[in-house]
Design a protein around this ligand. Structure first.
Ligand code: UDP
Ligand code: MG
Length: 311
């Protein structure tokens, strides 16, 4: 009886036509032959020839599977689709641009063989990562740790291995606003980290525009914490105390001195200040309300237009 274990590799692809053939070669080269494997390419609504490239690869190699979305549903949903369909004893996810070096995969597998159920990777910041990306990701992880109760380490990447036990649980998650970097550490099980040095993007340009990045960061915070909602209580209390002190001062001026002239500056300042805080808090409440609204529809995370899986 064959006892070889099977590894599922999940690769989200959005407009990666240029680099994909090289990536595929590199990936197959590093996958240990002592395991079976399946490679699941998730085409996240690419507008270039990515899907045709994937189809050509799949034609040559029966271990290559594909899931093609009906439109762009985003990186995290592409990962979810991969996790939903993965049938291996473990699943490894990595980016298609060779920034997550495939040569780290054997290290992930050996940690898994040691008994770890989740092997995360931490990106060692490297010259190839832009300065703004380093700073913004540093700030982001700091805020995430402060606000949520999940310990997300700096540079945590969506390059990880999870055991089929974890995969089985993960398939039960039905949330629309996914943030795997928070969700996976939150899940528990026995976890460990492996460090890697991010390489330069092999081909094409980043698919994470500033807009996508901001959306992703907001989801990261709001999917894991209700602390921002509590801000209004803190702001409210501070303003109440300050107003009370100012009220005492105003009363003193009025009663004991003859300096009580109409103070335009203080009035306009306090109106603007309180107005600003009000809007900020409404915005935060709106953000959560909007997410509740969408979550409540229970829409699927993605729609598949073509696949060679589960047929
Ligand atoms: N990606 C995706 N859908 C998107 C954006 C990105 O599937 O809407 C994929 C992309 O093809 C790549 C991975 O997610 O495999 C990470 O994206 P990218 O390398 O552009 O991000 P960066 O490394 O610049 O943060
Ligand atoms: Mg990249």
């Amino acid at each position: 009886m064959e006892t070889r274990k099977k590894i599922s590799v999940i690769v989200p692809c959005f407009n990666e036509e240029e680099g994909l053939p090289t990536f595929n070669k590199e990936l197959i080269r590093v996958l240990p032959e002592t395991y079976f494997h399946e490679i699941i390419y998730v085409n996240d609504g690419s507008s270039d020839n990515t899907f045709r490239v994937i189809l050509a690869l799949a034609k040559e190699n029966p271990t290559i599977k594909y899931i093609s979305f009906s439109r762009n549903f985003g990186h995290q949903n592409a990962l979810k689709a991969g996790y939903d369909f993965a049938s291996g004893d473990c699943a490894i996810s990595l980016d298609a641009d060779l920034q997550h070096p495939p040569d780290v995969i054997p290290a992930l597998i050996s940690k898994w063989e040691e008994g770890f159920e989740i092997v995360n990777t931490i990106r060692n910041d490297h010259a190839s990562i832009t300065y703004t990306k380093k700073i913004s990701s540093g700030i982001f992880y700091k805020i995430m740790r402060k606000l949520s109760d999940v310990n997300i380490e700096n540079g945590m990447a969506d390059f990880r291995l999870i055991d089929k036990k974890v995969l089985k649980q993960l398939k039960l998650f039905n949330e629309n606003f996914l943030f795997f970097r928070g969700l996976i550490p939150w899940m528990g099980f026995s976890q460990t980290n492996v460090e890697f040095t991010a390489a330069e993007r092999f081909a094409g340009t980043t698919k994470y525009t500033l807009k996508k990045m901001l959306k992703f960061a907001t989801t990261g915070v709001t999917a894991f914490s209700v602390k921002p909602l509590r801000l209004s209580i803190y702001f409210g209390s501070v303003i109440a105390v300050l107003s009370f002190i100012y009220g005492l001062y105003a009363a003193y001026i009025h009663i004991f001195t003859d300096l009580a002239i109409t103070g335009w500056t203080s009035v306009i300042l306090s109106v603007l200040f309180v107005g600003g805080i009000n809007l900020l808090m409404l915005g935060i409440i709106g953000e959560y309300l909007g997410k509740l609204f969408i979550e409540n529809k229970r829409r699927p995370n993605y729609l598949i237009s073509e696949t060679n899986l589960g047929e």
